[in-house]
Design a protein around this ligand. Structure first.
Ligand code: S3P
Length: 176
């Protein structure tokens, strides 16, 4: 089975949903951020600080290319991965790209105690989140094969809605 690539703003639930897809449908999870941290031996804030954002973005591109030789993966991308055209190109070669969306209020609630997102450092307020989301919207939407709003839904429902939209539910359940 082809890979599923999850994109969307920080806090839209990409990781949680990836793990649910793994449990219910048998996908293997690749957490891009986690994998980069593991390989580089450095946290995301430290990577941004010492090597710079574009170094980090290049690592994202390489990882997306690497995953093309794998099957049955759900790739949970960092929130900025889909902003680069080259990354989107490489995402599409992996399989279907799914954009998760959420209201800024939902995002703020989820990220408010998190210290691991350098872009939100000192910016944990609705106005900043709304503004950054708006700036990214066009690129996110252009990258997506399907879009899914997550507000007020439980993880299981989001996963089954996604598989239905992708027309993949039945095929995959047989694999369990
Ligand atoms: C980023 C999102 C983060 C992480 C980095 C940059 C972004 O991932 O890759 O902090 O530019 O939106 P999450 O979406 O998993 O928080």
């Amino acid at each position: 089975m082809k890979n599923i690539v999850l994109i969307g703003f920080m806090g839209t639930g990409k990781s949680t949903i990836a793990h649910c897809l793994s449990e219910v449908y048998g996908y293997e999870v690749l957490e891009m951020d986690e994998e980069i941290v593991r390989r580089e031996g450095m946290s995301i804030p430290d990577l941004f600080e010492t090597k710079g954002e574009s170094y980090f973005r290049n690592l994202e591109t390489s990882l997306l290319i690497e995953m093309q030789s794998r099957r049955g993966m759900v790739i949970s991308c960092g929130g900025g991965a889909a902003l680069r055209e080259k990354n989107v190109e490489e995402m599409k070669k992996n399989g279907k790209v799914v954009l998760l969306t959420a209201q800024p209020e939902t995002i703020l609630e989820r990220v408010k105690d998190d210290e691991n997102r350098p872009l939100l450092k000192g910016n944990k307020n609705l106005e900043f989140i709304q503004d950054l989301m708006e700036k990214r919207r066009e690129k996110y939407e252009a990258a997506a094969d399907i879009m899914l709003a997550v507000d007020g839904k439980c993880v299981q429902d989001i996963c089954s809605e996604m598989m239905e939209l992708l027309g993949m539910e039945n095929t995959l359940k047989e694999k369990r």
